[in-house]
Design a protein around this ligand. Structure first.
Ligand code: ZN
Length: 295
């Protein structure tokens, strides 16, 4: 089954709900980055969240990035999405693995660590980007994002993100949902939503059982009359290119570039997101240096 995100609203304007299935996308990320189960869960939850956040963007040229930088051994977890459902991400230390927690679950909170920041950047392409930040609460990512929405964007939200790793370390199921409580929401509606959320199974188990995002929506929003507004196909893909890498080389400055030419005579750049390697020989580096002279 293809990965996609649905966006829905109830007929009384209480809640807006986004539900995603991201199993293929997260499994592709695992294959690219060769992540351990704990790192797969951390990266997969972050990818799932940003995939949903991408579908919230209004402008086609906008991108959104979600970064968690905690004090744990994973280092930085970063994922980026656009409104067209194109998503990419990486984790600084993909080989970090921790023992399971006492409840048998992967210790994502321990791997991400607390004492750090959640950062959301929305880049509009032309205008200054919007940057929002809040503290990491548990490192489990869903709680951290819900906390971010309340404190940084004054948008009360419920967030669930789940990644189920198979015995062979491939991804068995991944997905999530974000529920935004709208300003006109009634107390009655909130009570109903709370009762639904208290009873619902973890989102990764629902996806493993074959539930579609539409099925999950029905469960989460039991008792609400939901209207599905749109459905976006999503996939893991990278937009790196030779031109971008050239720009990155020029951006390090004349002095550094000169040093590389003199000391190494070549340069190899690796894209963090997809691990694609870009090689530049001496002649190419010299012409980049000359190009940077003109600016
Ligand atoms: Zn790339």
């Amino acid at each position: 089954m293809q990965d996609y995100v649905i966006r829905a609203m109830d007929d009384e304007g209480n809640i807006r709900v986004f539900v995603a299935k991201t199993t293929n996308l997260v499994n592709n990320a695992r294959n690219i980055h060769n992540t351990t189960p704990t790192a797969s869960a951390a990266l997969g939850r972050t990818l799932t969240a940003v995939t949903i956040m991408g579908t919230m963007l209004k402008n086609e040229r906008e991108t959104v990035s979600l970064q968690l930088k905690g004090a744990g051994p994973l280092g930085t977890v970063l994922a980026v999405a656009n409104s067209k459902g194109e998503v990419k991400g990486y984790v600084s230390n993909p080989s970090v693995d921790l023992p399971l927690k006492n409840n048998g679950k992967l210790d994502v909170g321990g791997a991400v660590g607390q004492n750090g920041k959640v950062t959301v950047i929305r880049d509009y392409g032309l205008k200054e980007p919007y940057i929002g930040q809040s503290d990491i609460v548990t490192g489990e990512i869903a709680e951290d994002l819900a906390n971010y929405y309340v404190y940084s964007e004054q948008q009360p939200s419920a967030v669930a993100l789940g990644v189920l790793v198979d015995r062979d370390t491939s991804i068995k199921a991944a997905g999530g949902y974000i529920i935004q409580v709208l300003p006109e929401a009634t107390d009655e509606a909130l009570d109903k939503l709370e009762a639904n959320l208290a009873n619902i199974e973890p989102v990764s188990s629902l996806i493993e059982k074959g539930y579609t995002p539409e099925d999950i929506l029905l469960n989460v929003c039991n008792g609400f009359k939901m209207d599905i507004k749109d459905k976006t196909s999503v996939k893991l893909t990278c937009d790196c290119s030779v031109e971008r890498m050239q720009k990155a080389l020029i951006a390090i400055g004349r002095e550094e570039l000169n040093k590389i030419i003199e000391e190494d005579g070549e340069a190899e750049l690796v894209c963090h997101f997809c691990n694609e390697k870009y090689k530049f020989n001496r002649d190419e580096l010299v012409s980049l240096l000359n190009e940077s002279d003109l600016k």
